[in-house]
Design a protein around this ligand. Structure first.
Ligand code: NAD
Ligand code: UGA
Length: 471
């Protein structure tokens, strides 16, 4: 690799930050500049309080920051100084206009392409790191080629497969790195960066469109497995089968495999739903109605699973939770992250607040401001307006606590919504003694020690298991 390789990444979020930190760690001779328009996010990346909570990330950032890893808001200057430019900005579902609720909003991608076109000189490799609809590179290329400065560009697709909570491990030892493109020289330049720590046979190269589509497809397949096992969990609850036993039994079939078979209150996160809806929209666009309906069902099943969980709480608690205190354990969309985007907890809390329950929420990593903001958004209309009635409901009926013991004290029920390790082994006796009777526990992640808690006196309701009272 030429020593002139230098990297700029536009977007300092959950992908841009950790991904670039890992590249900088592994390639100390390559300058890596991460830029964002959001000043406070950049300030946090430059502080001891990183904006993204990921086990092991602090160490990676500390090793490289100031050496060859830099965080800045000077987007244009960093683009000018770099030979490879990653675009890792957000691509949320459109909330307005054509394709609202399904298509990806490519506004931020287009703005990045225009900025790169405006301020570049010489030759640059532009890398799509964000998850994009297939054939987005076509539009990116057209914008770049309109550059008035005479700059030339190669466009590559290099989607990211890391999962939050395990990002550092995933970046260190990925199952594969995928690079799609038309120029073999550009592909080779990027492959050489990854080759510093990833075996060559794990670096797959494809054409641009296969690479873009593989990312959407991978997320659709993963989400489909969760929806499939969640669909079976409903049948288990009705029949006396146990979904964890079923998952173990089918997961040992090497053709099926054991991963992504954990039944839950529903998948969350910033990407599964967004990427499937994007896939659905693409299929509809190409006139593939049946294919669109097939994938949309994965999201419908997930919505059903979230609704089913809150309905079960209400039904079990004698058909009313009004003015009852329910402790919500976990608000993040999975453990080991502070991210709450599309968290199932938001939906369950909204349903329970609609029933006028009082919620006492505890999550080890999500700040109170984020929880309140998410709940306000959940009650807002399409234009973001929140009625006074809903604002008062949240202000009056939601408290956020700093520990599990505080949150569960004097409660009528506990709902476990994130699988944080500390929820697997809390002091059941102490919690039970402080609760009303019957002491209900609804385990949306099947993580608590059901037998031990039942022996203490809890009435435990798990996902995909008929309630003891029915058996
Ligand atoms: P994010 O919202 O955490 O970060 C995106 C950042 O881009 C924000 O900080 C925003 O301020 C910045 N940004 C937007 N427009 C900009 C512009 N014009 N110039 C400079 N900065 C700009 O998003 P994320 O979770 O990091 O996801 C980024 C992309 O990666 C998405 O397409 C997502 O689908 C994909 N992805 C995410 C994950 C994940 O685990 N979060 C994993 C794989 C892929
Ligand atoms: C997912 C993919 O796993 C990543 O490969 C991908 O890069 C990323 O989306 C993305 O494109 O953003 P992430 O959403 O961070 O990663 O986390 P996952 O571990 O996939 O979990 C997603 C949701 O599914 C979580 O709510 C999790 O609790 C739930 N889940 C997962 C289950 O309910 N059961 C399972 O067996 C697995």
């Amino acid at each position: 690799m030429t020593t002139s390789t230098s990297i700029c990444c536009i977007g300092a979020g959950y992908v841009g930050g950790p991904t670039m930190a890992m590249i900088a760690k592994q390639c100390p001779d390559i300058p890596v500049r991460v830029v964002d328009l959001n000043q406070s996010r950049i300030d946090q990346w430059n502080s001891d309080n990183l904006p993204v909570y990921e086990p092991g990330l602090d160490e990676v950032v500390k090793e490289a920051r100031g050496r060859n890893l830099f965080f800045s808001t000077d987007v244009q200057k960093c683009i000018q100084e770099s030979s490879i430019i990653f675009i890792a900005v957000n691509t949320p579902t459109k909330s307005f206009g054509v394709g609202a609720g399904r298509a990806a909003n490519l506004e931020f991608i287009e703005k990045c392409a225009r900025t790169i076109a405006e301020c570049s000189t010489g030759h640059k490799i532009v890398v799509e790191k964000s998850t994009l609809p297939v054939r987005t590179a076509e539009a990116v290329k057209r914008i770049l080629h309109s550059s008035a400065s005479g700059a030339t560009f190669d466009v590559l697709s290099n989607p990211e497969f890391l999962a939050e909570g395990t990002a550092v491990e995933d970046l260190l030892k990925p199952d594969r790195v995928l690079i799609g493109g038309e120029s073999s020289a550009a592909i080779e330049t990027l492959a050489k960066v990854y080759e510093r720590w990833i075996p060559r046979d794990k670096i797959l190269t494809t054409n641009l469109w296969s690479s873009e589509l593989s990312k959407l497809t991978a997320n659709a397949f993963l989400a489909q497995r969760v929806s499939s096992i969640n669909a079976i969990s409903a049948l288990c609850e009705a029949t006396g089968a146990d979904v964890d036993e079923v998952a173990r039994a089918i997961g040992t079939d090497s053709r099926i495999g054991p991963k992504f078979l954990k039944a839950s209150v529903g998948f969350g996160g910033s990407c599964f739903q967004k990427d499937i809806l994007n896939l659905v929209y693409l299929c509809e666009h190409f006139g593939l109605k049946e294919v669109a309906q097939y994938w949309e069902q994965v999201v419908c099943m997930n919505d059903y699973q979230k609704r089913r969980f809150s309905a079960r709480i209400v039904r079990t608690m004698f058909n009313t939770v009004s003015d009852k205190k329910i402790a919500i354990l976990g608000f993040a969309f999975k453990k080991d992250t502070n991210d709450t985007r599309e968290s199932a907890a938001i939906h369950v809390c909204r349903d329970l607040l609609d029933e006028r329950a009082r919620l006492s929420i505890y999550d080890p990593r999500v700040p109170e401001s984020q929880i309140r903001n998410d709940l306000q958004l959940a009650f807002s209309d399409a234009l973001g307006g929140l009625s006074d009635k809903h604002k008062q409901l949240i202000d009056k009926n939601v408290t956020v606590h700093k520990s599990l013991l505080e949150a569960t004290r004097d409660s009528h029920a506990i709902a476990v919504l994130t699988e944080w390790d500390e929820f697997k082994s809390f002091d059941g006796k102490q919690v039970f003694d402080s609760m009303y009777r019957p002491a209900f526990l609804f385990d949306g992640r099947n993580v608590v020690n059901r037998q031990q808690l039942t022996e203490i006196g809890f009435e435990v309701h798990s996902i995909g298991r008929a309630s003891e009272v029915l058996l």
